[in-house]
Design a protein around this ligand. Sequence first.
Ligand SMILES: [Zn+2]
Ligand SMILES: [Zn+2]
Ligand SMILES: [Zn+2]
Length: 328
Amino acid sequence: MELRKDPITRSWVICGDEPEPAGSPTSFCPFCPESGLPLQVVATSPTVNGSPWSARAVVHPRPLYGIDGEPGRSGNGLYDTMRPVGAHEVIVENARHDRHLWNADDREIEEYLALCGQRIQDLKGDLRFKYISVFKNYGSMSGQEFDHPTSEIVATTFVPRRVLYELRAAREHYRVKERCVFCDILHQEQEQKLRMVEVRGEYMAGCPYAPRVPYETWIAPRNHEAYFERTAMKSGAMRDFAALLRRTLFRIRTIADGFHMVLHTSPNTVHRSETLGFWKTIEDDYHWHMEILPILGTKAKSYTFKEVYYSPVSSETAAAILRERPTE
Ligand SMILES: [Zn+2]
Ligand SMILES: [Zn+2]
Ligand SMILES: [Zn+2]
């Protein structure tokens, strides 16, 4: 496997000929506490409900990125390549095989979120890593890897394309208006209430004005905060977010078979001074949020051609429908 940079769009891809998986797939779950498999546990959250633990981070059993060495960025004519140096972990969301983010209790979800925050903070201490991604794929059409409730965390030596677009746009909005574009959106949405799904304490869930897929939903803090991990590690600050995440996923699950969920937060800004002021205004211009992209089996065809995203359900209709859906 190697990382290659598209010379036109400047985005990095991971590319290589993967060997066929060896042996037959095991029938038991490696992440259940009773499996007894030798997992490389990175961090564990204390139990809140009598289970052996409430969430834990383990090294991915088949990591795409390796932790050792330097990226060794090199050029070949006009092409750039580097070694896939990074961290690839699985966040086991719950000790129980059947406790998902939409049917766990809020304290368990809080522990999961706090653990994500801790892992981001910890991995940012490694100056080779520019960005830490947290994401979850759920459902047969999502690329889900394990049956057990899990998310993944990946630390990379570059900022992924979609986040980079957001960072550049947010910085530009701030340069012109001296305001955070996400805060501006949140204010307008809370006033218009057309695309709002639910407000809970300091957080709001809503459908974005220009969705990529039907029922796309974002959850963001209503007050400005650039770093997810800073909120996540403040005691009690995630209580309402945990509940809103659970309720939103429950609503979406009544409509969609699967979903992608991805956290967008500030990159590793420890390099701030060295990068010609690149992250100079990030504290004020970027705003963390969770994006949920439902996968609708029946409507998948209509938007698989992704040169222009096409959603056959408007955000206003999607939000109105989601608001009426059960939340538990
Ligand atoms: Zn399991
Ligand atoms: Zn903001
Ligand atoms: Zn985003």
